[in-house]
Design a protein around this ligand. Sequence first.
Ligand code: NDP
Ligand code: 1BO
Ligand code: 1BO
Length: 319
Amino acid sequence: MASAQAVGQGERGHFVLKSGHTIPAVGLGTWRAGSDTAHSVRTAIAEAGYRHVDTAAQYGVEKEVGRGLKAAMEGGINRKDLFVTSKLWCTELAPDRVRPALEKTLKDLQLDYLDLYLIHWPFRLKDGAHMPPEAGEVLEFDMEGVWREMEGLVKDGLVKDIGVCNYTVAKLNRLMRSANVPPAVCQMEMHPGWKNDRIFEACKKHGIHVTAYSPLGSSEKNLAHDPLVEKVANKLDKTPGQVLLRWALQRGTSVIPKSTRDERIKENIQVFGWEIPEEDFRALCGIKDEKRVLTGEELFVNKTHGPYKSATEVWDHED
Ligand code: NDP
Ligand code: 1BO
Ligand code: 1BO
């Protein structure tokens, strides 16, 4: 791992997936990264040592991500050393829409394969659906049919691994019953303010790697100012952001923090070669008042017409 050391990832800088492929432990998030995205992606890879970028068609920045990747590769980084994730949006959750959606994503990213393609949310939306959805805008989702198509993308070498996001234990069990290629990764909201232990345990049982999204608590519930996180950071002479990311790595999840500030992009990958001591790790696990930031309510709930009338229903009553 000498070369990985040289770019700052350290010797434990990746996790191994069920497929045998590796996923770098820290990736750059790109949701709401806006017009700075290409610059952030290039900075992350070429200057900070990231080898993993997380994006999605829904973020509206895939062309920008593609420009940033291209700039980094023109600077000498090999495609095979990068790990690029994208996601299939809810309007495309029908078997005949999967491959065209992936092809559009590849074109926008200027790539000929993805390392990981994820179902973004397990709910199908009608084209042009409102937020929140109006009556009839949340459609039936053929999970098995869509997964077959995802499997076809792996078989044809267009994506190396496939996975899901925002799944419940119930949905994961249903998928595991019919999948020929099991999901390699499950991406979920996770930080000390929402540990999400139930799905985490289910994933461990099935050997599915978990990536923690919104690992800093996102912009809505940024935990960098939490007094306990600050206290641990001061004690270890690290930043609160680094403590939150290191906490997630020590739990066994990869992380995809988003920043568009160069100094934070660099700070967020300096999370190797040191540890949060057990007592502080456990104290961080004990942060009270756990709550999701992303409830899915504004995307999928129609309180009058359903089919999901509350966030509780979105999460199959498992929260
Ligand atoms: P994060 O938890 O990564 O937090 C991002 C926020 O924290 C931004 O406001 C950022 O501001 C700030 N920030 C970044 N670094 C630091 C730091 N070191 N100290 C303090 N604040 C910091 O939130 P996201 O919700 O963006 O999640 C990360 C990524 O996960 C997304 O970008 C996306 O790629 C993925 N994701 C996937 C989802 C899914 O459904 N599969 C859902 C949500 C996210 P600034 O940019 O100004 O630095
Ligand atoms: C609306 C998409 C949530 C972030 O992945
Ligand atoms: C193509 C984006 C590079 C800017 O730093």
